[in-house]
Design a protein around this ligand. Structure first.
Ligand code: NAD
Length: 349
C-alpha cells in the first residue's frame, strides 16, 4: 500500500502502529498536525475488512480533526486512532489498558477520546495507564450531547441560509444513525417541531426514537429516497457519493457523521444540484469543543462556544455563495489559513 501517496496522508507528522499479543490489541494512531497544540481526536473501534481500510480511515479522520479543531478555534492539533476489532465482541479491560499504554508511549503528542464503538467507560479504563485521555467522567464526560447540540444549530443555520427561515416547525428531516449523537439530535429536532424519518441497523434504537419522538422508521437504503427538507447523515462516512447524490431529494445535507463526502468533488456535485452542504467537521465540532474544556470544566462556557457553530456556518455558506464554490472547500481554506497564521506567528517569535 502506497501510504505516502494517499490524498489523506497530507503530510501527517506521525503514524504509529501498536499491537499487544495478550489482549489482542491492534491499533493505529495518526497525528496529522500539532501546529495549534497537542493532537486531540477520538478513537474508533471497527471491524475493518483490511488493514488498508483501517489506515485510510484513520488518516482521513485525523486530517479532519486538524481542520475541525482549527475552525472551532481550539488550541489543539489533529489526530485520531482506530482499534481494529468488533466493538460488540472484542472489548476487554485488558484491551483498553493496552491501548492506554500505547497512547502513553506518544508522550502527550496525542490525546484520545471516544468515537464510534467506544464509550466513556472504555476511555476511563485506558486512563488508568495514561493521563493522555480526554472526555473523562467527572470532567467533560460524553461529548455526544454537545455534538448533537452543535449539529442541531448547524441544521438551523442551513435552514436560515437556504430557506430564510428561523424555525424548524413543520420541516422534515431524514436521520441516518440513532447512536450517541443521532438520538440527542432527534430530541432537539422533535422539540423544535420537525417531522422525523429515521433509519438504523439497531432495532432497539429505532423503537426508542419512534416511540419518544414520533419518528417514522424506514429501511436502510430507503432513507436516501425520502421526500424531506433535510438529510442528516449520523452514522458512518461516505454516504454522499455517485449513487446517493442522484437520489437525495432534500435541499440540505447536514448531519454529524465524519467524512460525509466520499470524495471532494461530491461537494461540488451537491452545489450544482442546489443542495446546501454543511461541512461535516464544522457542524460536528460540538463534542470536541466540550472536550477542550476538560482541564477546567465549565458547562456554560462550553455551551456558549458550541453555539458559535451557527454563525461559523452562516459565514461559510455566504462566502461559498459569493465565490460560487463548494462549502467544504471554503471550510478547508479557513482551516489552512488559521494553521498558516499560527506557523507564521511562531516563526516570528
Ligand atoms: P454511534 O456508534 O453511537 O452511533 C452510530 C449509529 O449508526 C449506530 O446506532 C449504528 O447502528 C448506526 N449505523 C451504522 N451503520 C449504519 C447504516 N449503514 N445505516 C444506518 N445506521 C447505521 O456513533 P456516534 O457517536 O453517534 O457518532 C455518529 C457519527 O458522528 C460518526 O460518524 C462519528 O464519527 C461522528 N461524530 C461523533 C461525535 C461524538 O461526539 N460522538 C463527534 C463528532 C463526530
Amino acid at each position: 500500500m502506497a501510504v505516502f501517496n494517499l490524498p489523506s496522508f497530507d503530510n501527517h507528522e506521525h503514524v504509529a502502529f501498536f499491537s499487544d499479543e495478550e489482549s489482542g490489541l491492534k491499533s493505529i494512531v495518526a497525528i496529522h498536525d500539532t501546529t495549534l497544540g497537542p493532537a486531540v481526536g477520538g478513537c474508533r473501534m471497527w471491524n475493518y475488512a483490511s488493514d488498508e481500510e483501517a489506515i485510510t480511515d484513520v488518516l482521513r479522520l485525523s486530517q479532519g480533526m486538524t481542520y475541525k479543531n482549527a475552525v472551532a478555534g481550539l488550541a489543539m492539533g489533529g489526530g485520531k486512532s482506530v482499534i481494529i476489532g468488533d466493538a460488540k465482541k472484542d472489548k476487554s479491560p485488558e484491551l483498553f489498558r493496552a491501548f492506554g499504554r500505547s497512547i502513553h508511549r506518544l508522550g502527550g503528542r496525542y490525546y484520545s477520546a471516544e468515537d464510534v464503538g467506544i464509550n466513556t467507560s472504555d476511555i476511563m479504563i485506558a486512563h488508568q495507564e495514561t493521563p493522555y485521555m480526554a472526555g473523562l467522567e467527572g470532567k467533560s464526560g460524553d461529548p455526544s450531547p454537545f455534538t448533537a447540540l452543535g449539529t442541531y444549530l448547524g441544521i438551523k443555520a442551513a435552514v436560515k441560509h437556504q430557506m430564510g427561515k428561523d424555525s424548524l416547525q413543520g420541516m422534515s428531516v431524514a436521520i441516518q444513525g440513532l447512536g450517541h449523537v443521532g438520538y440527542h439530535l432527534c430530541r432537539h429536532l422533535h422539540e423544535a417541531g420537525a417531522r422525523l424519518v429515521v433509519t438504523d441497523l439497531n432495532q432497539d434504537a429505532l423503537a426508542k426514537v419512534a416511540q419518544e419522538f414520533n419518528a417514522t422508521i424506514v429501511g436502510l437504503d430507503e432513507i436516501y429516497h425520502q421526500d424531506v427538507d433535510i438529510y442528516a447523515p449520523c452514522a458512518l462516512g461516505a454516504t454522499i457519493n455517485d449513487q446517493t447524490i442522484d437520489i437525495i431529494k432534500a435541499s440540505i445535507v447536514a448531519g454529524c457523521a465524519n467524512n460525509q463526502l466520499a470524495e471532494i468533488h461530491h461537494g461540488e456535485m451537491l452545489r450544482q444540484k442546489g443542495i446546501l452542504y454543511a461541512p461535516d467537521y464544522v457542524i460536528n465540532a460540538g463534542g470536541i469543543i466540550n472536550v477542550s474544556f476538560d482541564n477546567n470544566y465549565d458547562e456554560a462556557k462550553s455551551t456558549a462556544k458550541v453555539k458559535r457553530i451557527y454563525n461559523t456556518l452562516l459565514d461559510i455558506f455566504q462566502e461559498a455563495d459569493s465565490k460560487a464554490c463548494q462549502t467544504s472547500i471554503i471550510a478547508d481554506e479557513l482551516a489552512r489559513s488559521i494553521i498558516a497564521n499560527k506557523k507564521a506567528e511562531s516563526r516570528s517569535i
